[in-house]
Design a binder for this molecule. Structure first.
Ligand SMILES: Nc1nc2c(c(=O)[nH]1)N[C@H]1C(S)=C(S)[C@@H](COP(=O)(O)O)O[C@H]1N2
Ligand SMILES: [Mo]
Length: 195
């Protein structure tokens, strides 16, 4: 059985704290016409749900395919209505990991706010209760356990970018490709501090 790698920079060396699904609120603020402070059930009423079977890629040489359910960034953006002068989305995790991307790029790449993996609520290690997932560039541009989303004027390097990654273009190198149906060890993951 394979171990599925997982990374949580802000909790390196520590347990990932649990998130109460009832108490959780997603904040969407910044340069938007309709800011949002939504519980998970409110979010489900506001946005259409979607599920895709896709693979995400880590710059460290592995990828993971699964069925991802949640919401399209395109639908969230349409709902909150960004000001034209603010082209970026800054996404911050509950623990303080952040990343900034062009809204245009996220929409073009069908980026999602994922709530479920293979039919089950995201586990703590996988980013409960919501993760930003990108399929067309490396996942260090994605954010697990999203706490807030801000529409902003300016780009600034995200957490992994400050640590050293820059180009998120997926490279055609051989890598460890983990498939959806492979038996894996989700409760015994490798928390690689070095990523
Ligand atoms: N909050 C948070 N999100 C994050 C990271 C992180 O350290 N913290 N690491 C990113 C990286 S580099 C990868 S490859 C994926 C790993 O997702 P996984 O733990 O489900 O494998 O999450 C991304 N999102
Ligand atoms: Mo990664």
């Amino acid at each position: 059985m394979r171990k599925v790698p997982t990374f949580f920079w802000e909790y390196r060396g520590r347990e990932v704290p649990d998130v109460d699904l009832e108490q959780y609120r997603l904040t969407v603020a910044g340069e938007v016409r309709r800011p949002l402070e939504a519980s998970l059930s409110k979010l489900a009423k506001l946005l259409p749900e979607t599920e895709v079977e896709r693979r995400f890629y880590c710059v460290n040489g592995w990828s993971l395919q699964a069925a991802w359910r949640g919401y399209r960034i395109a639908d969230l953006v349409a709902f909150v209505g960004p000001e034209e002068s603010a082209p970026y989305l800054r996404v911050t995790s509950i623990g303080g990991y952040e990343d900034t991307s062009k809204i245009e790029g996220l929409v073009a790449g069908d980026a999602m706010l994922v709530t479920h993996m293979n039919g089950a609520q995201l586990s703590l290690k996988r980013g409960k209760p919501i993760r930003l997932m990108l399929f067309d560039i490396y996942q260090f541009k994605g954010v697990k356990a999203v706490g807030r989303i801000d529409v902003v004027h300016d780009y600034r390097p995200g957490t992994w970018e400050r640590v050293g990654y820059s180009d998120a273009t997926i490279q055609p190198y051989p890598h460890l490709a983990i498939d959806r149906d492979e038996e894996v060890m989700p409760d015994d993951v490798v928390l690689d501090k070095a990523d």
